[in-house]
Design a protein around this ligand. Sequence first.
Ligand code: ADP
Ligand code: MG
Length: 288
Amino acid sequence: MLQFKELTKQYGNFTALDRFTVDLESGIYALLGPNGAGKSTMMNILVGLIAPTNGCIYYDGTDISKMDDKFRDIIGYMPQYPGFYPNFTAMDLMRYMAQMKGIPRKDAEKRCLKLLESVNLTEKKDAKIGSFSGGMRQRLGLAQALINDPKILILDEPTAGLDPKERVRFRNMVRRLSDQITVIFCTHIVSDIETIAKEILLIHHGKLLKKAAIPALVEEMQGKVWEVLPDQDGIEHLLDEYPRSSLVSRNMQTAVRIVNDTKPHPDAVSCKPLLEDVYLYMFGDDAS
Ligand code: ADP
Ligand code: MG
């Protein structure tokens, strides 16, 4: 079990992470929030890249800052902006990571090859990373994060730069990982996690707003999601008036979908909420 207690990070007067407190067990947890919400800050503290200003993280009851290498041995980390050496081959990187994680040489070779195979990079194992596409880099990023068979896997915006097909493939790969491990999947893209997350952690301005399973989050939005089919002037007016709104296509016509506590227009009809609506409701103007 992973426990965050009052985790806080301040940069001067600016609070990037504000008394972040949560308990995580096994399964896929999505850390969902707009850019600047504090997601990477939280991840970077967890992996030991930056120190918190206040608060602690506990793993099975032990403060991770007192575990040193023992904690490093159980985490796998795929950074938001991986700085892979372009002149390394995929296999060079895997061997290097294996060495960093203290994996015995005799096991390392086999394990590196197996992981490259699991992310479909066997054919590219001796190609230089500099020649890789975005999708190949992300898959390599996942493979290197799994080198030590981590108990906690941290993925920071792992689908950035992937095309839709690669996104689906990545999602499936994460889903196939054992239920025995804790996966923290940071993203601002709802579709990345809506089919795989056990629970969603909504984070904004450094604060944890909510932790819940998707059906519960969506249920809370009942009666808050509306659609209107106005004329052209009406569309502009509604978009201006309601920042939590978007255009959708309905029977070849343009409708305005509005997330609002009360009925926004006499002709508005109530709609079945989606996770996207939760995102819009919670993050409003900052949502994009
Ligand atoms: P996210 O990953 O959710 O997009 P970050 O954790 O990267 O958000 O950033 C949270 C906030 O902290 C942002 O407003 C960012 O500008 C600020 N921040 C991050 N790192 C630093 C830093 N080294 N110095 C000052 N401010 C920072
Ligand atoms: Mg980030």
